[in-house]
Ligand binder design. Structure first.
Ligand code: HEC
Length: 107
């Protein structure tokens, strides 16, 4: 019984640490995706207002997470064109995180 309580206490302590890992939005900003994109539904503004800023609000309705990963690795095309940005520079884990986050944007 005491061991069980200890295990619960340890999980509770460990959880906030896990939550510190960068989330999709942090990665989006860290990789400067908002040089060319905004996400109005998430309150993500472009670094600077310029022509051709693409809003990614609701992008999760268009593509699944696997496609987004491939898109960010420049492995798939959209209307005959690859992403106008270098291939993903973060870790594979971060790629999974950001792709999952973008896929979750359905508004
Ligand atoms: C240099 C400019 C630029 C940067 C920086 C950039 N993108 Fe893009 N991105 C584009 C363009 C251009 C398109 C094509 C948009 C279109 O035709 O609808 C696009 C399309 C996309 C799409 C598909 C949108 C759709 O409507 O199907 C996703 C998802 C995306 N970008 C995510 C990202 C992420 C994540 C980052 C950061 C890692 C990023 N982009 C950085 C220019 C950029």
């Amino acid at each position: 019984m005491r061991r069980w309580i200890l295990a619960v206490a340890m999980c509770t302590l460990a959880f906030p640490m896990a939550a510190q890992a960068a989330g999709g939005k942090d990665l989006f900003l860290a990789q400067k995706c908002n040089k060319c994109h905004e996400i109005k539904s998430e309150g993500v503004a472009p670094i600077e207002a310029k022509e051709g800023i693409k809003d990614l609000s609701g992008v999760g309705k268009k593509h699944d997470a696997e496609w987004i990963k491939k898109w960010l690795m420049k492995e798939v095309e959209l209307e005959g064109k690859k992403h106008k940005f270098g291939a993903w520079k973060g870790t594979p884990e971060e790629l999974t995180t950001i792709a999952g986050w973008l896929h979750g944007l359905t508004k």
